[in-house]
Structure formats: C-alpha cells, structure tokens
Design a protein around this ligand. Structure first.
Ligand code: ADP
Length: 402
C-alpha cells in the first residue's frame, strides 16, 4: 500500500511517499514559501533531486504540484494517483479527545476545527492540508496523527495547573504536551534496541530541535512532559522562553508592552536567540562560543542546564529508569550539548561515555559506559515513518473490506 505523509505548516508542505508495510521511502520533498512569488518545490526520488521555483498561491495548489511530480514520467515514483490508498497527516492539536491516530471523517474534522482555538498557529494549516488532500485524492483514506495523542496518558496530577479549577472545566486549560509522535517513536525504538518489552520500558526522551521538549515514559506511556498548554512551556528553545516566571509578563505589561508584543517576545525573540542576541541556531552558537563570544556560550549553558534539571525531575517518577534518549537536530548532532547535559551524573547511576559521545556518523548510538545503570542513547527521530505506520494500520483493514 502506498501511503503519502503530509506535514502542512503555515507556509510549507513537507511530504514523503511510503511503500507500506515495508516502510520504504519512494519519494520525498517539500513546497516552501507557499503564497510567495518564489515558492520552492524540492523533490527527491531515488538518487534524483529536482528543484523548481515558481509561484504557488496556496496549499491547494501546493498539493496539486506535489501530486503532479509524484506521477511525473521522469521524476515521479508512481504511475497514477490512484495508487495512493492512504494519506497520513500530522495534526498538532487533538485536545483531550484523540488518544491515538484517527481516520478522518466529518466528526474528526469538526474536532480538529474546534481545537483551532487551542492551537491557532498550527491546526488551521493542518486542516488546509487535509482538505487539499481530500479534494485531490477523494478515494484515499485520510488519517490524522496528533502531536498531543501520545501525551493523553499523562495523569491528572501531572497535567493539572494550580490555577482556579474552573479554568480547566470552562476552557480546558491544562498541560497537553506536543512532539508526541517523536517521543513515542524514539521510546519504542530504544526499547527495541535494548530488547525490553515496550510496555515495560521506562525512559526519558529529549527532543531537542528548534522546538524542544522532554517526556517521561513509564511502561511505554507518557506520564509527564515539559511542554504544556502550548509549546511555550518547559525547555529553552530556538526562540521560545520555556519556563519562566509569568509575573514577568505583568511587569512588562506595566512597562507598556501589549499582548501582541508579549506573545512575539516569548515565542519568537527569546530562547537561544534571546540570550545570545545573535542566533537561534545551535551550530552558529557553538561556532561563536568557540571564538569566545560569552553570550553564545551562556545561551548554550542555559539551554543544557534546563534539560539537566528536567532529567532530575523526571527521574523521580521513573523507577527504574532504563534509558535517556536524545533526538532532534540538536539532540542528534551536538556532542557539546549532550556532554553539558550528561556529564557528572554518576551519583544518579548515569555514567556518560565522553568518547562514544564524540563518535561521528553512527546514526543510532549509545553514549553511556557499559557499567551505567541508565543507558544514554542517540536515536534520530522519524515522525514521518511513525505517521505512515499509523496510517497503514488504520487504513489496511478498511481498504481490505472495500
Ligand atoms: P525542527 O525543530 O525545526 O525540526 P531540527 O530538529 O532540524 O529543527 O533542529 C534544528 C536545530 O538543530 C538547530 O538549532 C540546528 O543548529 C541544530 N543542529 C543541526 N545540526 C547540528 C550540529 N551538527 N551541531 C549542532 N547543532 C545542530
């Protein structure tokens, strides 16, 4: 079965075409800068990469371009669109309602629409992606995979904020958590690599990319996570604050900042960028820190210290802890950040292997010493593969029955 995975953002659509259940990637690519005159389509199939720059007005047109190139005689991966039996969509917010991936029907669509209120920056684009796919591939089964779903197992004690309870009753203000597909993928993969049953596996997963979050996973289920009502809470991120005293907002409002400015400040101007004053990109900061830039160094240290603190917090709810897993652009590629996070934790049974940490190139690797009670691992995330797997699992019985 051919499964097309779609990740629709505000100005881009990323896609991967899978042959399932083999999990083979037949083609992948993206349309970026949707709505601009110089939108860019990048498409890879086998060893061939194609790039095209042309105006792509909206998401519907972007989907049209993607489908055209998938069946293109030279660059395409399939002969006709009818081969795509299923489309798996990444959807950011599924509220408390969706505990797993769902076949999209009118009720599911209405709920995703309802959750626009909770994720105004993401769900609208995810919806546009689903509608464009429905329009262009009316016979395909559409499946929605929610970033929040993996975290719906978090117990009340961990998701409830100490705010007046009626805010939860009235507005569903609570911790939701995000990056769920990634946390689930690397937790399962780590269990497989350690040869432990996934439902008896305890791990702390650290997804460190532009957005950053951690999850405490007990018996294969998320029981706590660092992101909250929105992705703003928790770790220091590329441009987001993570945890800070909310009274700072009242203080700044008193100084004349309005809501919009505060929102931009917390989501777009803070984090690594805010502290360093120069960049949200860890590679750039590492380079600058090496050249002696004190604020780049400070940004990296604050970033790493926050992850370390959360490891401490999550250790208290995981007994025994089998593994700590690093993933995401920074988690997978920055030995420096991993070292700042993991060194000198021997008193907790976490023994870091500095040499293994520096080893380049291995995609999946262990960076703890053989005598460590807790295995520390680097596992590249693959949200697309997880979405393709879910879509296949849900769609295969339906496809068979029809
Ligand atoms: P997104 O959350 O947008 O998917 P990624 O997971 O790709 O982002 O992570 C982007 C981050 O990973 C950036 O801060 C980037 O600098 C960092 N990164 C990528 N490669 C390296 C590297 N070799 N060393 C340090 N940081 C890296």
């Amino acid at each position: 079965m051919k499964v097309l995975v779609i990740n629709a953002g505000s100005s881009s659509i990323k896609y991967q075409l899978y042959d399932m259940p083999a999990g083979q990637v037949l083609a992948k690519g993206s349309v970026e800068k949707i709505g601009d005159d110089d939108s860019k389509l990048t498409h890879r199939c086998g060893s061939q990469t194609t790039t095209r720059e042309e105006a792509v007005a909206d998401h519907k047109m972007a989907m049209q371009r993607i489908l055209e190139i998938l069946v293109d005689k030279q660059m395409g991966a399939i002969a006709e669109l009818a081969e795509i039996a299923t489309v798996g969509h990444r959807v950011v917010h599924g509220g408390e309602e969706f505990t797993g991936s769902m076949i999209v029907d009118d009720r599911v669509l209405a709920s995703i629409e309802k959750f626009v209120d909770l994720a105004p920056l993401h769900n609208p684009h995810n919806l546009v992606g689903i509608r464009a796919a429905q329009d262009k591939l009316p016979d395909a089964i559409q499946v929605a995979c929610f970033d929040t779903a993996f975290h719906t197992s978090i117990p009340e004690v961990a998701y409830m904020y100490a705010l007046p309870y009626e805010l939860y009753e009235k507005y569903r203000v609570r911790r939701y958590g995000f990056h769920g597909t990634s946390h689930r993928y690397v937790a399962r993969r780590a269990a497989t690599l350690m040869d432990i049953d996934k439902y008896q596996f305890n791990t702390i997963t650290c997804h460190l990319g532009n957005g950053c979050s951690m999850a405490a996973v007990r018996n294969g289920r998320s029981i706590d996570t660092s992101m909250g009502f929105t992705p703003l809470e928790g770790l220091v991120m590329g441009t987001r604050t993570g945890d800070f005293d909310p009274a700072i907002l009242f203080y700044l409002a008193d100084k004349g900042y309005d809501m919009g400015q505060l929102n931009t400040l917390c989501n777009k101007k803070s984090g690594l960028l805010g502290i360093s004053g120069v960049s949200n990109d860890m590679r750039t900061l590492e380079q600058l820190a090496e050249e002696g830039n004190p604020r780049a160094k400070l940004a990296i240290e604050v970033f790493s210290y926050r992850v370390r603190k959360y490891i401490g917090a999550f250790l208290t709810v995981l007994n025994p802890l089998h593994a700590i897993v690093f993933t995401g652009g920074i988690g997978e590629n920055s030995p420096l950040v991993r070292k700042l996070i993991c060194q000198d934790l021997d008193h907790l049974g976490i023994r870091f292997d500095a040499q293994a940490n520096e080893t380049e190139k291995a995609r999946e690797k262990t960076i703890s010493s053989a005598d460590s009670d807790v295995r520390i691992m680097v596992i590249p995330t693959n949200e697309e593969e997880a979405i393709a797997g879910d879509a296949f699992e849900l769609a295969a019985p339906v496809a068979k029955a029809t």
